[in-house]
Design a protein around this ligand. Structure first.
Ligand code: NI
Length: 221
């Protein structure tokens, strides 16, 4: 399941993240890529040595955790490995699959996300392309919006032709490892919330909530 959440960050929240970023604090992105992905990764990433880097990452993590749609769709156990990436003209990231294990193999990547930090009108190209069997999905969202996709997909970043593409990327270990199971839980949760909003805590809400809760009990690890 691909899911976008528009306006995850308000423009004020976005300002507090983007304003401190200095181009000179960005370093070669190959440092955080696996041995094969290194060959196709051409971008820069905010150095962990920048004193404001941790603060920015924490803000992003808190915003994600507080978002009800994100919680329902992703069921995060740990949001980890947040990177701020900057692509200048000519930079791209070829087709790759994200590493299964990160943080010294201590955390699994089940869900990948890209949070767009600047306007799509600030750069040409630079689309996130998710390669699926039947079609490719091109994604380029408004500043402050996030796209969530399974870490198991092949994906790439089209070359930036002009301007600068600024994004935060992060990985999540989910309480529910299987994407198909996550999608079923998300659909049930949406359905019961919709019933609740229209008719309150009625019999249908109770039955769906029972199914949702008991599947969650079976499927979490
Ligand atoms: Ni990737």
């Amino acid at each position: 399941m691909l899911l976008s959440i528009p306006n995850l960050l308000s423009s004020e929240e976005l300002d507090t993240i983007v304003t401190p970023l200095k181009p000179e604090d960005f370093i070669d992105g190959k440092k955080t890529a696996g041995w094969a992905a290194k060959q196709v990764k051409q971008n820069t990433q905010l150095s962990t040595k920048a004193e404001y880097a941790q603060d920015i990452k924490e803000k992003i993590k808190v915003t994600l955790k507080d978002n009800l749609t994100f919680q329902s769709a992703v069921k995060p156990k740990a949001i980890h490995s947040i990177l701020i990436s900057r692509y200048e003209a000519g930079m791209s990231y070829g087709a790759h699959v994200d590493n299964a294990l990160m943080s010294g193999d201590s955390l699994r990547a089940d869900v990948s996300l890209t949070l767009f930090l600047n306007s799509p009108s600030d750069y040409e190209g630079g689309e996130l392309v998710i390669e699926e069997v039947s079609q490719n999905r091109l994604i380029k969202l408004e500043a402050g919006s996030v796209i969530i996709y399974p870490s198991s997909t092949l994906h790439r970043i089209n070359p930036v032709k002009s301007g600068v593409r600024l994004v935060a990327v992060a990985w999540v270990q989910s309480l529910v490892r299987d994407p198909a199971k996550r999608e079923i839980l998300f659909d049930l949760d949406q359905a019961r919330r919709s019933i609740f909003a229209k008719d309150g805590k009625n019999t249908e809400f109770n039955w769906i909530t029972k199914s949702y809760t008991n599947l969650l009990r079976r499927w979490t690890d």
